[in-house]
Design a protein around this ligand. Sequence first.
Ligand SMILES: Cc1cc2nc3c(=O)[nH]c(=O)nc-3n(C[C@H](O)[C@H](O)[C@H](O)COP(=O)(O)OP(=O)(O)OC[C@H]3O[C@@H](n4cnc5c(N)ncnc54)[C@H](O)[C@@H]3O)c2cc1C
Length: 264
Amino acid sequence: MLKIKNYVRVQSLEEAYDLCQKKNNVVLGGMLWLKMQRRSIGTAIDLSDLGLDQIEEDGDFYRLGAMVSLRTLERHHGLNKLTQGAMEESLRHIVGVQFRNLATVGGSLWGRFGFSDVLTLLLALDAQVELYHAGRMSLEAFTQLPRQQHDILTHVLIPKGVRQVVYQSQRNISTDFPTLTCALSKKDGEYTCVIGARPQMAQVYRDEKGLLSGGVTEETARAFGEDVAQRAKFGSSLRAGEDYRREICTVLVRRGLLAMEKEG
Ligand SMILES: Cc1cc2nc3c(=O)[nH]c(=O)nc-3n(C[C@H](O)[C@H](O)[C@H](O)COP(=O)(O)OP(=O)(O)OC[C@H]3O[C@@H](n4cnc5c(N)ncnc54)[C@H](O)[C@@H]3O)c2cc1C
């Protein structure tokens, strides 16, 4: 059971940052992951009054506040148009609507969960994050930071440029954790492939050998799928074995590329 000694609804990011410097104090997102833990929290830091539940837009970026719910992202017309529906596809399998109404984008990224659909897609979109103290950085760089860092994730930035995107996941049963996640994107002729739920954290793979430089065909899509599956590290867990994940990786990458080619 999760035990909370003090609860503070902070009135500024500075107040939140000061409070979270203490080891036993914890920032709250939607609390869906936190509530599963058996631990005692000194002060729970609630960001609900800071207006971080908004999606702003300028010429170059969508800027998502950390408290934006996964359901808001899933239903967002502009983000779905930008990603050709990949945003909705990446989120619709996560537990259920009531759950996604509460789970936040900030909590989802801060957790850097191995199984994360959210992290997989946002890496493929070249997203950036803004931390109150550490500032702005690519999401890829953020995934390499030590987990114990005491900071506040305030915003997520999604670049608006034209790109093709396809998202797929494999699950043993709908709404379960994924056994593999796969996001593909193509921008200015460059392909980015992200594989998650390996079961480790999602990782970015690029077409370093130029296998797709002559275009996507059944053969080149298969070759790139096999190449990614060879380069990626997989492991076994309760839900799937290492070899199974490698096989599924080849299939999802090939299918994703062919789907992208067809839509393009
Ligand atoms: C049963 C279950 C099934 C799930 N299935 C999936 C799935 O299939 N696919 C998937 O992608 N995800 C899945 N998730 C994860 C879920 O989608 C959320 O990512 C997760 O619940 C965290 O979001 P939250 O808002 O609840 O964060 P919380 O639980 O409130 O917080 C999570 C962590 O992030 C920290 N934190 C939160 N917000 C901030 C912030 N702004 N700045 C700094 N630190 C912060 C908290 O201190 C905590 O350490 C699942 C979760 C559960 C509990």
